[in-house]
Design a protein around this ligand. Sequence first.
Ligand code: ZN
Ligand code: ZN
Length: 382
Amino acid sequence: MAEISTKNIETIGYVVHGPKQDFKLENIVLDEMQDDELLIDMKYSGICHTDIVFQKGEIQICPYPAVFGHEGAGTIRAIGPKVKNTSLAVGDFVLLSINYCETCRFCRTGHPANCTEGTRLHLHGTRPDGSTAARLKDSGESVRCHFFGQSSFAKTTFVQETCVVKHPYPGGEAGMFAPMGCGYQTGAGTVMNVLKPEPESSIVVFGLGTVGLTALMAAKYMKVKQIIAVDIQASKLPLAQELGATDLVNVREVPDVVAEIKRLTNNIGADYAIDCTGVPAVIEQALNCTGMFGKTATVGVAPTGAKVNIDPLQWLLYSKTYVGVREGDSVPSEYVPKLVEMQRAGDFPVDKIVKMYDYKDFGQALHDLEEGKVVKPVIQWS
Ligand SMILES: [Zn+2]
Ligand SMILES: [Zn+2]
């Protein structure tokens, strides 16, 4: 068999050159794969809000130019000799998730999303050793290409081993699975791994994007009796109902969202709430709408320095909890295959929220996301 080259690989990717600059399709060259990496030919890339936050420069800890993207699915072209996972083979279809160090206290105890090295590994756009692997073909300028250990907005990329989850069904290649490793596991995992609502309980989902709707699917899967979907855009409510919401709250139509949720729950308040918006005023609603032993999860990224008001006496009297959850507190190697199983059984209908775009239509996908015309855009590399 001919040796597969893992050096000087010419490919294309969407490069961002500075804050608020467009995602620009450019020719890039990957220098040399390291022994603990895999070479992945991306077939599908999901667009997540975090990618846009970095493109806009709202968080600037990954120097430009950079290739973002952290929801990918593709095939393995080459495997470095120090990759430990012996179940992976060249040609396998894999789903990409977060990378993590594997050795810190939180990685060792089943919480890789809370890896103590997470910020550096996910957001600096480099390998763990600080190096970067790509350059622009024309100018030779260095490009960050290890965003979340993968930079999935490139057609071919070097990927960290911890990102890689083998698709559990050979031949089950599907673009709708590309967002497993971020958007889906964040929403579903927050419900299934952290909140763990009982069938007799009620849960409120604030914000009906990918995270909110996958949280809702998970609540339905757990047979939660009352699922209340809340959004400021009326157009998002019918899909929430189709996916299992028992009650809908159109924020523009009710004078007081918390009072409305109390009314819907026979004035006892909800048992669980999840905020997927990161908007401080909405987080306060998610906190205040729960009742006795109420538990609220924050999932949406609030602006740096944002504050919310709570009344500690209410927290004491009602024994309430407020918890932050990253990436659904999931272990991707176990949880991503579980979500694939659920989808195959009809319990995780992500096909209802995904729309495919040709890789050349990246700008259109962004536009449709901004306009609320699509919940989860996925780019297809041809
Ligand atoms: Zn770690
Ligand atoms: Zn994400």
